[in-house]
Write a protein that binds this ligand. Structure first.
Ligand SMILES: CC(=O)SCCNC(=O)CCNC(=O)[C@H](O)C(C)(C)COP(=O)(O)OP(=O)(O)OC[C@H]1O[C@@H](n2cnc3c(N)ncnc32)[C@H](O)[C@@H]1OP(=O)(O)O
Ligand SMILES: CC(C)C(=O)C(=O)O
Length: 504
């Protein structure tokens, strides 16, 4: 079977999801997960974007040994220099440079003619090539590019040394039949196309990202760009779990394999969701909570007789646990460790000890500990942004008919500080006190939600906030049995995340 390569861009296009701002440690954790998932190439970031992005790419490049590691770069020498500095220590480094080729982008954004774009693309691929590594070139907005110009640019950059030419559907505009023809047209009209691999990068604005990627595979694409959970700019990108499971469940449809380690899919999906703070919609294909749930009587009857009546794949095939063992205060470390392994967490003894202590603490306030609780304890330790601010304690006073008062004590940049503030309710009072302590004057709460992780009355609450700080939105999360505490932790998490670049 022909093999298509998976180019994962969760750490680059995925991080362009509004509100997502990953720390270096979190990027490294995701990169290690992607290596276990067996992707071929990890696009670790856009090196020129920030010092933190540069440092994260460098760290990923030094750590990851099985996958190629790429950085994105505009078609300029300074971007390419920065990308090379970030990836050069990788075992298999790659520079991914790009420029837009559609009339709309050239006219309004770049303000360049076709000849200028052509020359810059070719010169910059030669420049990237001179660094001595693999070069991938993308024609941004390729699906809206005049075909003859697309063929000309591709021929030029391949002659200049690009070994992969990427055809992005940047705005998710194409549909499968058309995209098939675009890729076929490239194969038939670019004379030196046999010297490069064709890649595709599809966006999901019309919900067609996975279908378009599959159509491109049929037309001969050799590399597919994906993100975990379909994260990415606007409506996101082709979801790696959708593509990998389609190729596995329907091999006869495409006749290709992608080498993904399917049994890791669920674990990686959960980890990325936790670290990015972006929840997975319940009806999300493959990894959503409802993907293997059966609600209606006729379906339940069928599944009880034989699961293949209504399930085209098994939960176990993507590493989802099949049974729900209940854990409580009498559970021991052996069973706990086994459960962590079953859930896909292979952690050091030190880390297990730490999570086990937290688990025991949780059993004091929660009778039944379910898989979801254990998962959240395991993942809780992974979402690790530098804690410039941390909650120490808080106290709420509420006099009926009056506003609520909160006294909050925090560690603020190594000092203990306390503030008292009022609000319409306990959450707003706590947030006002946190604003006083952190001096966060331009912090605006844009979105706030709270959900319970499990269903019992002693369930843990997960608070999620979107806070606009100096014009940019940051997602913050907090999990506690006390929902006011969870809300405070989430708000502080967003503030700490806004400082990732500032602290560099
Ligand atoms: C389709 C995609 O997803 S592409 C990747 C998008 N991702 C990102 O933009 C995230 C990271 N970006 C950033 O941090 C910033 O945009 C930076 C550091 C790259 C550039 O920042 P700034 O210098 O402030 O420029 P700004 O973003 O406002 O504008 C982009 C500039 O790059 C130019 N440009 C855009 N694409 C390219 C390209 N592929 N090659 C060369 N120049 C380009 C634009 O014409 C504009 O030039 P100008 O400043 O001379 O007008
Ligand atoms: C830079 C390219 C690959 C991109 O992200 C896009 O065009 O969407």
């Amino acid at each position: 079977m022909r093999k298509v390569k998976i180019f994962d861009t969760t750490l680059r296009d995925g991080e362009q999801t509004p509100g997502v701002n990953l720390s270096i440690e979190e990027k490294l954790t995701i990169a290690k997960n992607l290596e276990e998932l067996n992707v071929d190439i990890i696009e670790a970031g856009f090196a020129i974007a920030s010092q933190a992005d540069f440092d994260a790419i460098k760290e990923v490049a030094k750590t990851i040994k099985k996958c190629k590691v790429a950085s994105l770069a505009r078609a300029t020498e300074k971007d390419i220099d920065r990308a090379w500095d970030a990836v050069k220590e990788a075992k298999y480094p790659r520079i991914h440079t790009f420029i837009a080729t559609s009339d709309i982008h050239m006219k309004y954004k770049l303000k360049m003619s076709e000849d200028e774009v052509y020359n810059q693309a070719v010169e910059m691929v030669k420049y990237a090539k001179s660094k001595g590594c693999e070069v991938q070139f993308s024609c941004e907005d390729a699906s809206r590019t005049r075909p003859e110009f697309l063929y000309r640019v591709l021929e030029g950059v391949i002659d200049a040394g690009a070994i992969v030419v990427n055809i992005p559907d940047t705005v998710g505009f194409t549909y499968p039949e058309e995209f098939y023809e675009i890729v076929k047209g490239i194969k038939e009209n670019v004379p030196n196309i046999d010297k490069a691999e064709i890649a595709v990068h599809c966006h999901n604005d019309l919900g067609l990202a996975t279908a378009n990627a599959l159509a491109a595979i049929r037309a001969g694409a050799a590399q597919i760009e994906c993100t975990v959970n379909g994260l990415g700019e606007r409506a996101g990108n082709t979801a790696i779990e959708e593509l990998a499971m389609t190729l596995k469940v329907r091999p006869e449809g495409y006749g290709v394999e992608c080498g993904i380690n399917h049994s890791k899919i669920y674990h990686v999906s959960k980890t990325v969701s936790k670290l990015t703070g972006v929840d997975i919609q319940p009806n999300k294909a493959v990894v959503g909570d409802n993907a293997f749930a059966h609600e209606s009587g006729i379906h339940q009857h069928g599944v009880l007789e034989n699961s293949s009546t209504y399930e085209i794949m098994t939960p176990e095939s993507i590493g989802r646990a099949k049974n729900k063992l209940v854990f409580g205060k009498h559970s021991g470390k052996h069973a706990f460790k086994d459960k962590l392994i079953e859930l896909g967490y292979e952690l050091s003894e030190e880390k297990i000890d730490d999570i086990f202590k937290k688990f025991k603490k949780l059993t004091d306030i929660k009778k039944e500990i379910l898989d979801e609780d254990i998962e959240s304890l395991a993942l809780g330790g992974l979402r690790t942004v530098e804690k410039s601010y941390d909650l120490t304690s808080f106290n709420i006073t509420r006099i009926p008919g009056h506003t609520t008062q909160a006294e909050v004590k925090m560690v603020a940049k190594s000092e203990i500080r306390t503030a008292i503030a009022e609000g319409d309710g306990p959450v707003s009072a706590v947030y006002n006190a946190i604003n006083t302590i952190t001096g966060c004057k331009n912090c605006t709460l844009k979105d706030y939600s709270i959900k319970s992780i499990t269903s019992a009355s002693d369930a843990q609450g997960e608070a999620r906030v979107e806070v606009e700080i100096d014009g940019k939105v940051y997602i913050g999360k907090g999990i506690k049995t006390d929902i006011i505490e969870a809300s405070a932790v989430a708000y502080i998490d967003a503030i700490n995340r806004s400082l990732i670049n500032v602290n560099k």
